[in-house]
Design a binder for this molecule. Structure first.
Ligand SMILES: [Zn+2]
Length: 252
């Protein structure tokens, strides 16, 4: 008979931490070896806890988990990178909270995916250095693409015919829409966007992540990109993310 209980040693990113009891916390982890899982970390709120430093939210950590029948328990945690520039900046922290919530909601439980793990880790690195607005948008697009919600930018989402630049976008369908299919439905969820926005969306999908801070973006394209992604993500998830409202309230 196979034992149900075992120890898992893995690298992990702490997506979320919430209080469980007076001294314990529940963590949502994205692990390299087992994907997303929930784990309890006992005694972590006591000042002398050895686990404290390794389970800070948004940190990259080496972790050992005891896999019980229902809930995993953290038995060791050694930080690899806590992204300290992130922690010193409320705006960057708020973006990290938003991206972590998005990542948590959009990824399935218990499915190993090293590409997703690596992508999110790069996202945290970029978020501690580059323009957080830009990093968030690029990460949204990359994560959507990895998880099968890729934006359709070349062909009409309804009839499939090729659409040229300068264009109508149907965010809830996740792509451009041709004039024949959009009819007169502007304002009915369909948005007019500029050629600059389309070109930028392609760049967000394809360019090397280390070079994204070289992009120059007009205020108009920024507004269009954020509007499209907000509507598209809300349609994909079937709900609005709480941390996005907070982020909007502190962003200027
Ligand atoms: Zn069409």
């Amino acid at each position: 008979m196979k034992l149900l209980q075992e120890i898992l040693k893995t690298k992990a990113i702490v997506l979320r931490a919430r209080n469980y009891s007076e001294a314990d916390q529940l963590l949502t982890l994205y692990t390299e070896k087992a994907g997303k899982l929930t784990a309890i970390v006992k005694g972590v709120k006591k000042p002398k806890s050895k686990l404290r430093g390794g389970v800070q939210v948004f940190s990259h950590t080496n972790i050992a988990l005891f896999l019980g029948k229902s809930l995993a328990t953290v038995t060791q945690a050694e930080p690899i990178d806590t992204f300290s520039p992130l922690r010193e900046d409320l705006l960057r922290m708020s973006y990290a909270a938003y991206l972590a919530e998005f990542f948590d909601v959009i990824t399935p439980e218990g499915e190993q995916d090293i590409r997703l793990f690596t992508l999110f880790l790069i996202g945290l690195h970029l978020l501690s250095l580059d323009d957080p607005w830009l990093v968030a948008r690029v990460m949204e697009i990359r994560l959507l693409t990895e998880l099968g919600y890729q934006l359709q930018l070349a062909n009409c989402v309804n009839c499939g015919q090729k659409v040229s630049l300068g264009i109508l976008f149907a965010p809830e369908s996740g792509g451009v829409i041709c004039p024949d299919c959009s009819g007169e439905k502007l304002g009915n969820g369909i948005i007019k966007i500029s050629g600059e926005t389309i070109v930028l969306l392609y760049q967000f999908m394809e360019m090397e992540l280390s070079k994204i801070n070289r992009l120059r973006i007009s205020a108009k394209a920024k507004k269009e990109i954020e509007e499209i992604l907000d509507l598209h993500i809300t349609a994909c998830l079937g709900k609005k993310l709480k941390s996005k409202d907070f982020l909007n309230s502190i962003s200027v």
